[in-house]
Design a protein around this ligand. Structure first.
Ligand code: VGL
Ligand code: ZN
Length: 203
């Protein structure tokens, strides 16, 4: 059984949004075209309470994109984004949800960030995605969406560590910075994650 994970295709991560990933909107048709090629499709949403501790605004005196330590973990300070129920937290209205059987939300703990769709950044609490996929008989997971160097990266890494065969659909992702994308790819390749192109799935 194969599953496609559509990561954080939300308005705040798209051009015009609070934490826009350059060119992120270009992958919309790819995310839709990929879906029929998988047995199961799951989407995720970054879903922060207002005042979340990953927001620079929650740390007076700190700058946007500053790196701090919070709760013993490295934390980059982001602009306010994907606040629960806000317009920016919505999935792109063009994303086909007909075959999306579940939407997993993450980043809901006000004190803790969660890049991965499987665990918060401290690996303290599971979202339940791993158990859900296993219960559905999934062996192979493909990851696409935003952002390649954050939520796609950490989701692929955890999926592999959870024992799934994992591929990142490279051209169906976009990242925040070329340096962190290269580092993410090198790490994932070392863990046995494959990088594939959409054409390999559509062919
Ligand atoms: C993300 C930064 C902060 C992501 C989420 O979806 O990649 N990045 N929150
Ligand atoms: Zn976030």
């Amino acid at each position: 059984m194969t599953a496609l994970l559509l990561i954080d295709f939300q308005l705040d991560f798209l051009p015009g949004g609070a934490l826009a990933v350059g060119g992120g909107d270009a992958i919309l048709p790819l995310l839709n075209d990929l879906q029929p090629r998988f047995d199961l499709v799951v989407a995720t949403q970054d879903w922060h309470p207002a005042g979340h501790r990953s927001f620079a605004s929650a740390h007076p005196g700190r700058a946007l994109f500053e790196d701090i330590t919070w709760q013993g973990l490295p934390q980059r300070l982001w602009p306010d984004h994907c606040v629960q129920g806000s317009a920016g937290a919505a999935l792109h209205p063009g994303l086909n949800l007909n075959r999306v059987e579940a939407i997993f939300r993450k980043g809901t703990d006000p004190e803790l960030d969660s890049y991965s769709a499987f665990f918060d950044n401290g690996h303290r609490r599971a979202t339940g995605l791993s158990a859900y996929l296993r219960a559905r008989g999934v062996s192979d997971v493909a990851v696409a969406g935003l952002a390649a160097d954050y939520c796609v990266y950490f989701t692929a890494k955890d999926a592999r560590a959870e024992g799934f065969a994992v591929s990142v659909v490279e051209d169906a992702t976009r990242g925040i910075s070329p340096e962190s994308m290269a580092a993410a790819q090198a790490d994932l390749l070392g863990q046995g994650v494959r990088f594939q192109q959409v054409s390999e799935w559509l062919g």
